[in-house]
Design a protein around this ligand. Sequence first.
Ligand code: NAD
Length: 246
Amino acid sequence: MTSAIGDLAHTLRQSRYTVVLTGAGVSTESDIPDFRGSGGLWKKLDSMKLLSLDTLYYEPELFYTEGLELLNTMRGKQPNAAHKALAWLEQRSLVQAVITQNIDGLHYESGSKRVLEMHGNLRTCSCLRCGAKTSFDLLVDAASRGEIPPKCRCGGTLRPDVVFFGDPMPPSFQEAIQEAQQADLMLVVGSSLQVAPVSYLPSLARQLAIVNLEPTPYDRAARIVIHDKAGIVLSKLVEHIKANLL
Ligand code: NAD
C-alpha cells in the first residue's frame, strides 16, 4: 500500500483541482453501517422500501417509525480519521470540494467547508404544504410522541430533507456535475458507485483515484485503486504529505 499512498500523494499535488466523492463507506468507521458493503443495511432491512416516497405518502406509520429509526441510527456520530483527513486536505487547498452521498453531516462536523450533499441531510425537515423549513429534531420529537405524520404549524406534513427513492435530485447535483467536469482528479472514498445518478459523476473527471474496501465498476478506469479502509488510507496519505513538507 505504501507505494500506492505515495502515488496518490503525488497525483494529488499535481492536480490543480481535486474533488472528492464520498459514500456510506467513509462513515462506517464512525459506526454507521453502509448499504451494500458486507454487513450493510441493505442485507438487513428493506431500506429501499422504508426510505421511499411511496412509504412516506402511503404508509406514514411505517415511514415515521421504522424509516425514522433507520435515519436516527445515522445521527449523533463522530467524524472519523477519514473525514478529518479530507478536512485537512481542503484546508491546505489540496481538495477543492467534497461531494457526498451521505446524509450524516460528518464532513461538516470534521471541518470541511465546501460540501455538496447529494442526498440531503438530517439537520432540517420541510413542510409538504407551505415549504417552511424547521429543525429535524422537531420532527423526531413529534413522531416519538405519536404524532404521525408530524405536522407543521400550518397543518401540513413535515418530511425529512433527505432525498428518498422517488425524489428528484437537489439543485446541488448540477453544481456537482460542474465540479466533476472541472476536476483534474476525482478521489472516490467509500462508495460502491452503484447509486445513480451520482455514479455518473466519476466519468466526468479527468483522472480517478478510488479508496474503497471492495471493487467498484470504475476500478479499471481509475489511475489509482486502493482496497482498504478509508480511515487508514487517508491518515497515511496525510502523514505522507506532512513528512514531505518538512
Ligand atoms: P454503498 O453502501 O452502496 O457502498 C459503500 C461502499 O463502501 C462499499 O463498496 C464498501 O465496500 C465500502 N466501505 C465500507 N466501509 C469502508 C471503509 N471503512 N473504507 C472504505 N470503504 C468502505 O454506499 P453508497 O455508494 O454511498 O450508496 C448508498 C446510499 O445510501 C447513498 O445514497 C447514501 O445516501 C445512503 N447511505 C448513507 C449513509 C450515511 O449517511 N452515512 C449510510 C448508509 C447509506
